[in-house]
Design a protein around this ligand. Structure first.
Ligand SMILES: [Zn+2]
Length: 138
Protein backbone atom coordinates (compact mmCIF):
# COMPACT_ATOMS: atom_id res chain seq x y z
CA UNK A 1 0.00 0.00 0.00
CA UNK A 2 2.89 2.42 0.37
CA UNK A 3 3.88 4.66 -2.46
CA UNK A 4 0.33 5.07 -3.70
CA UNK A 5 -0.72 8.56 -4.69
CA UNK A 6 -3.24 8.90 -1.91
CA UNK A 7 -3.69 12.62 -2.50
CA UNK A 8 -4.73 12.19 -6.09
CA UNK A 9 -6.89 9.17 -5.33
CA UNK A 10 -8.65 11.13 -2.60
CA UNK A 11 -9.26 14.10 -4.88
CA UNK A 12 -10.67 11.92 -7.60
CA UNK A 13 -12.81 9.56 -5.61
CA UNK A 14 -13.75 11.04 -2.24
CA UNK A 15 -17.18 12.15 -3.41
CA UNK A 16 -18.29 8.63 -4.15
CA UNK A 17 -19.93 6.57 -1.45
CA UNK A 18 -18.11 3.35 -0.71
CA UNK A 19 -18.55 0.53 1.65
CA UNK A 20 -15.07 0.18 3.19
CA UNK A 21 -15.75 -3.47 3.90
CA UNK A 22 -16.62 -4.17 0.30
CA UNK A 23 -13.68 -2.17 -1.03
CA UNK A 24 -11.25 -4.06 1.20
CA UNK A 25 -12.73 -7.41 0.31
CA UNK A 26 -12.41 -6.66 -3.39
CA UNK A 27 -8.89 -5.27 -3.04
CA UNK A 28 -7.81 -8.39 -1.19
CA UNK A 29 -9.37 -10.57 -3.84
CA UNK A 30 -7.50 -8.75 -6.59
CA UNK A 31 -4.23 -8.96 -4.66
CA UNK A 32 -4.62 -12.71 -4.77
CA UNK A 33 -5.39 -12.77 -8.49
CA UNK A 34 -2.33 -13.91 -10.38
CA UNK A 35 -3.50 -12.18 -13.54
CA UNK A 36 -3.05 -8.77 -11.92
CA UNK A 37 0.47 -7.60 -12.70
CA UNK A 38 0.16 -4.03 -11.47
CA UNK A 39 -0.94 -4.30 -7.86
CA UNK A 40 -0.44 -0.58 -7.37
CA UNK A 41 -3.40 -0.04 -9.66
CA UNK A 42 -5.81 -2.15 -7.63
CA UNK A 43 -7.10 0.58 -5.33
CA UNK A 44 -7.79 2.96 -8.14
CA UNK A 45 -9.42 0.24 -10.20
CA UNK A 46 -11.80 -0.62 -7.35
CA UNK A 47 -12.49 3.01 -6.40
CA UNK A 48 -13.19 3.80 -10.04
CA UNK A 49 -15.94 1.22 -10.18
CA UNK A 50 -13.83 -1.45 -11.93
CA UNK A 51 -14.24 0.14 -15.31
CA UNK A 52 -10.61 0.35 -16.35
CA UNK A 53 -8.87 -3.02 -16.31
CA UNK A 54 -5.82 -1.40 -17.93
CA UNK A 55 -4.95 -0.05 -14.47
CA UNK A 56 -4.19 -3.61 -13.43
CA UNK A 57 -1.95 -4.50 -16.37
CA UNK A 58 -3.59 -7.89 -16.62
CA UNK A 59 -1.52 -10.84 -17.66
CA UNK A 60 -2.01 -11.75 -21.28
CA UNK A 61 -1.42 -15.11 -22.87
CA UNK A 62 2.21 -15.73 -23.74
CA UNK A 63 3.18 -16.77 -27.23
CA UNK A 64 4.20 -20.29 -26.21
CA UNK A 65 0.76 -20.70 -24.70
CA UNK A 66 -1.10 -19.37 -27.70
CA UNK A 67 1.02 -21.51 -30.04
CA UNK A 68 0.13 -24.60 -28.05
CA UNK A 69 -3.57 -23.72 -28.11
CA UNK A 70 -3.37 -22.94 -31.82
CA UNK A 71 -1.75 -26.30 -32.61
CA UNK A 72 -4.30 -28.26 -30.59
CA UNK A 73 -7.28 -26.33 -31.90
CA UNK A 74 -6.12 -26.56 -35.51
CA UNK A 75 -5.49 -30.31 -35.33
CA UNK A 76 -8.97 -30.87 -33.89
CA UNK A 77 -10.55 -28.61 -36.52
CA UNK A 78 -8.77 -30.35 -39.39
CA UNK A 79 -9.91 -33.72 -38.11
CA UNK A 80 -13.50 -32.48 -38.16
CA UNK A 81 -13.15 -30.59 -41.43
CA UNK A 82 -14.19 -27.27 -39.90
CA UNK A 83 -12.53 -23.90 -39.39
CA UNK A 84 -10.00 -23.63 -36.58
CA UNK A 85 -11.80 -20.47 -35.49
CA UNK A 86 -14.66 -21.87 -33.39
CA UNK A 87 -16.89 -18.93 -34.28
CA UNK A 88 -16.23 -19.29 -38.01
CA UNK A 89 -16.86 -23.02 -37.67
CA UNK A 90 -20.43 -22.51 -36.44
CA UNK A 91 -21.20 -19.99 -39.18
CA UNK A 92 -22.49 -20.62 -42.66
CA UNK A 93 -20.10 -18.33 -44.51
CA UNK A 94 -17.22 -19.48 -46.69
CA UNK A 95 -14.95 -19.27 -43.66
CA UNK A 96 -16.77 -22.15 -41.95
CA UNK A 97 -14.07 -24.54 -43.14
CA UNK A 98 -11.19 -22.11 -43.32
CA UNK A 99 -7.98 -22.97 -41.50
CA UNK A 100 -6.47 -19.68 -40.39
CA UNK A 101 -2.75 -19.22 -40.01
CA UNK A 102 -1.40 -18.53 -36.54
CA UNK A 103 -0.67 -14.91 -37.51
CA UNK A 104 -4.28 -14.46 -38.59
CA UNK A 105 -5.62 -15.30 -35.15
CA UNK A 106 -5.64 -13.76 -31.69
CA UNK A 107 -5.88 -15.29 -28.24
CA UNK A 108 -9.20 -14.86 -26.50
CA UNK A 109 -10.41 -15.49 -22.98
CA UNK A 110 -13.32 -17.92 -23.35
CA UNK A 111 -14.70 -16.42 -20.17
CA UNK A 112 -13.64 -12.76 -19.94
CA UNK A 113 -11.40 -11.88 -17.01
CA UNK A 114 -13.97 -9.29 -15.93
CA UNK A 115 -16.47 -12.14 -15.61
CA UNK A 116 -14.16 -14.32 -13.56
CA UNK A 117 -12.22 -16.06 -16.32
CA UNK A 118 -8.54 -16.63 -15.57
CA UNK A 119 -5.61 -16.25 -17.93
CA UNK A 120 -5.01 -19.97 -18.04
CA UNK A 121 -4.71 -22.41 -20.91
CA UNK A 122 -8.08 -23.99 -20.33
CA UNK A 123 -9.66 -20.54 -20.67
CA UNK A 124 -7.79 -19.70 -23.86
CA UNK A 125 -9.03 -20.09 -27.38
CA UNK A 126 -7.75 -18.75 -30.64
CA UNK A 127 -10.18 -16.73 -32.74
CA UNK A 128 -9.67 -15.23 -36.16
CA UNK A 129 -8.93 -11.52 -35.83
CA UNK A 130 -12.35 -10.52 -37.07
CA UNK A 131 -14.19 -12.59 -34.47
CA UNK A 132 -11.83 -11.59 -31.71
CA UNK A 133 -12.52 -7.94 -32.41
CA UNK A 134 -16.24 -8.57 -32.66
CA UNK A 135 -16.28 -10.34 -29.32
CA UNK A 136 -14.52 -7.51 -27.50
CA UNK A 137 -14.80 -7.38 -23.70
CA UNK A 138 -11.61 -9.15 -22.76
ZN1 LIG B 1 -13.70 -16.49 -36.99
Amino acid sequence: MCGLEWGRLYETYHKNAYSPVKVWARVKELYADECVRNRRGIFEYVLGGEREPRLLDLRVFESRETKAVYAKQTAAAEAKGVSNCPLCAIGHAANATRIWKFAEMDADHVTAWSKGGATTLDNCQMLCKMHNRAKGNR
